[in-house]
Design a protein around this ligand. Structure first.
Ligand code: ATP
Length: 676
């Protein structure tokens, strides 16, 4: 509280009104954030900084926010950081004139490439003082690095881009020695540039905190111009406005300029869901049985939909002849003056190049008068002869990019289950019953191309059981059970909601849901598998600490062909030692033969969960830190290339699954540490 009431004047004295935000000023704030673990302090530092940006250089608010959340653009733009260690080391070496050998041995010793960069930079003699970095300049430089992907010499150009930033870093104290211990929390620009490039700032600064800080800062600024300070209610209202707007329109590129132009109080009128900007999808909670569904939804009307086994697809469309006013969204791939036509994945990636066949047919599925919409759907592989859905594996054989309509071998049928926007109006705050009616009214099903998800509205145990069995017979995974009426049935973007429950056929035995885990390490195989990896170390993700926590070794469920393929993929991302944001047992015998960058996510099934000192998943939640939750008899199901590592199953989810299993008292077997 004391921090929030402090004036912002002295935060960074060298920065004058109207001047670009100095990157050093942002790094000073980063370093303050790094020095604390208290959420409120983190929030206060963040919001104070943004207030100063508002006061002095509002034009730089957008790049400042982007660097704080460690993203260069909205997710659907597909611009990613996460540059591999080897490129960064090369750039550090070349920009500071130290040998690669030195850099590598420092990395061995220090374990944080950011600090290695800071140290290397400080050892460098400087002839002249470089021009100081600005926030906007760093954002632009990073953007150039991230978007250099095509053509010959792309790697070299990336290294050049990194070198350019590093050579300008720490202009104010170039040549001064850096004490590594001291610099752990220090404001070195080189340190933060490298961490940003790695894709992890590791400040404990979650995106939700930045959103709250931004709302506060803007509110403070707006009221201060009228000579007032905001009350707690004003701040709460500002936060809730910004959160709602962001959940419908997750694009700071649109929101920040709109906020500066129209003010926070008028933001909702000026920024609503918009075709072309994908929303984060609503997600469901797993349940173990139909009786659990009945308990949770007791007394409410709900509906049971088939749960199709394909790929989530959010389809955005505005007809060419629509007169709808299109706002200033950052251009998604399919947007032109003449309308919008895009398919987005669960991750807001643009899948339009994967599904040109769907986009070509799209206009033929709408009734006259349907000019624009956003649909939530599942694309499922379709057997044209038997006229039925095919398993997910078939869909996976489709190419992901540059598909030509005439070459499509695996046909897909789109099963629509929700509509979020229709003819210029957002529907997310209408009841599901109304949304479903709108869906029925606006579209025409075409066999094998477009259908509405099958459903039954019933509260009877036996009838739900029959629906579940029927869904499975028809090639589905089970049911999605959804609330029908009132605010509980509104579409909740990006939430794993209590109001959507999934009942999978295979929940009915075993632990329930499968888990999506990140591959952190591997062990060389034995016997036939000696030239490949035979087993792997997997981890879940803890978004609160931004760490990966190990959860099991896995050696089951892989074909020889898959092992060969994984060996190829993973060999490219081997690193010398675990990243500082990996949490694993320190025991000698527990270490894998090789470590990897966090990149691949695999879906894994397990018989049940147990506690083990060897792994660290959810350890602080379940055992005060000593033992983590681990999977017993894990089995590989498939690669999840639609998920990024930080979208893996969370430590919290694993803790919940473990606690639920314990309270049910089932599946208690002897504790097994060795899984392969
Ligand atoms: P989650 O998306 O919940 O993290 P996941 O990606 O592993 O988990 P599932 O557990 O299989 O997916 O369940 C949710 C997914 O089911 C949705 O993301 C969607 O792709 C799919 N789905 C299929 N049919 C429906 C339906 N009728 N309603 C909602 N989602 C459906």
């Amino acid at each position: 509280a004391t921090l929030t009431s402090k004036t912002t004047k002295d935060l960074y004295p060298d920065w004058k009104a109207g001047e670009p935000v100095p990157y050093a000023a942002l790094c000073t704030t980063f370093s303050k954030i790094e020095m604390t673990t208290k959420r409120l302090e983190i929030l206060a530092h963040c919001s104070l900084f943004l207030r100063q940006v508002m006061r002095l250089t509002p034009a730089d608010l957008l790049p400042t926010v982007m660097l704080m959340i460690n993203k260069l653009a909205a997710d659907y733009a597909g611009i990613e950081l996460g540059i591999g260690e080897s490129l960064i080391m090369k750039a550090i070496s070349e920009s500071t004139g130290r040998t690669l050998q030195h850099i590598k041995s420092d990395q061995q010793e220090i374990g944080d490439l950011g600090l290695v960069a800071a140290k290397s930079r400080s050892k460098q003699p400087t002839m002249f003082k470089p021009k100081p970095l600005t926030v906007a300049g760093v954002h632009k430089g990073l953007m150039a690095i991230a978007t250099t992907t095509e053509g010959q010499g792309a790697q070299g150009r990336k290294v050049d881009g990194i070198k350019k930033l590093l050579s300008a870093a720490d202009a104010h104290n170039a040549g001064k020695a850096v004490d590594i211990e001291e610099n752990k929390g220090g404001a070195s620009e080189a340190k933060f540039i490298v961490r940003t490039l790695e894709g992890k700032l590791r400040l404990g600064l979650a995106e939700k905190t930045v959103v709250v800080a931004l709302a506060q800062a803007v509110k403070f600024h707006e009221l201060s111009q009228k000579g007032k300070t905001p009350s707690t209610e004003d701040l709460a209202k500002a936060e809730s406005t910004l959160k709602t707007v962001y959940s419908e329109l997750p694009s700071y590129e649109v929101i920040v300029p709109a906020m500066l132009e129209h003010g926070l109080s008028n933001l909702r009128e000026n920024c609503r869901l918009q075709p072309g900007v994908p929303l984060k999808p609503m997600l469901a909670k797993p349940t173990k049985s139909i009786t659990e569904v009945l308990d949770r939804f007791e007394g409410k009307d709900f509906t049971c939909e088939y749960k199709y086994d394909g790929e989530r697809a959010q389809i955005h469309y505005v007809a060419h002849d629509s007169t709808e006013e299109m706002a200033t969204a950052a251009p998604a791939a399919g947007k032109s003056d003449r309308g919008v036509s895009n398919i987005f994945s669960r991750n807001s990636e643009d899948l339009s190049k994967k599904y040109p066949d769907i986009l070509a047919k799209l206009p033929t599925w709408v009734k006259q008068g349907t000019k624009s919409f956003v649909l939530d759907c599942e694309t499922v592989a379709w057997d044209v002869v038997e006229k039925k859905v095919l398993p997910f594996q078939q869909l996976m054989t489709r190419k992901r990019k540059d598909v030509k309509v005439e070459d499509v071998k695996v046909k897909v049928c789109v099963f629509a289950f929700d509509i979020l926007y229709l003819n210029g109006e957002a529907l997310v705050t209408k009841s599901f019953r109304e949304r479903r009616e709108a869906l029925v009214d606006a579209f025409i099903p075409v066999e094998g191309e477009f259908a509405l998800a099958k459903f039954g509205n019933t509260n009877e145990l036996e009838e739900i059981q029959i629906l579940l069995e029927d869904s499975v017979k028809e090639g589905c995974e089970g049911l999605m059970v959804k609330m029908l009426d009132g605010p509980e049935s509104y579409y909740e973007p990006s939430k794993r909601s209590q109001n959507w429950l999934k009942v999978k056929k295979d929940y009915l035995a075993g632990v329930g849901d499968s888990l999506d885990l990140v591959v952190l390490g591997a062990y060389y195989g034995k016997g036939k598998r000696t030239s490949w990896y035979g087993a792997f170390l997997l981890a879940c993700y803890n978004p609160n600490t931004e760490k990966y926590e190990t959860v099991c070794n896995i050696g089951t469920g892989f074909s020889e062909a898959i092992l060969e393929q994984f060996h190829k993929q993973l060999s490219d991302i081997v690193i010398d030692r675990p990243k500082p944001f990996y949490t694993h047992s320190a025991g000698n015998k527990d270490q894998p033969d090789v470590w990897f960058e966090p990149r691949y996510v695999w879906e894994v099934k397990t018989a049940d969960l147990t506690l083990s000192p060897r792994y660290k998943a959810a350890a602080s939640e379940v055992s005060g830190g000593g033992k983590g939750v681990s999977l017993r008899f894990p089995r590989f199901i498939k690669e999840r290339d639609d998920k990024k590592p930080d979208q893996a199953s969370t430590a919290k989810l694993i803790a919940e699954m473990y606690q639920r299993q314990e309270s049910v008292g089932k599946n208690k077997g002897p504790s097994v540490d060795d899984d392969f």
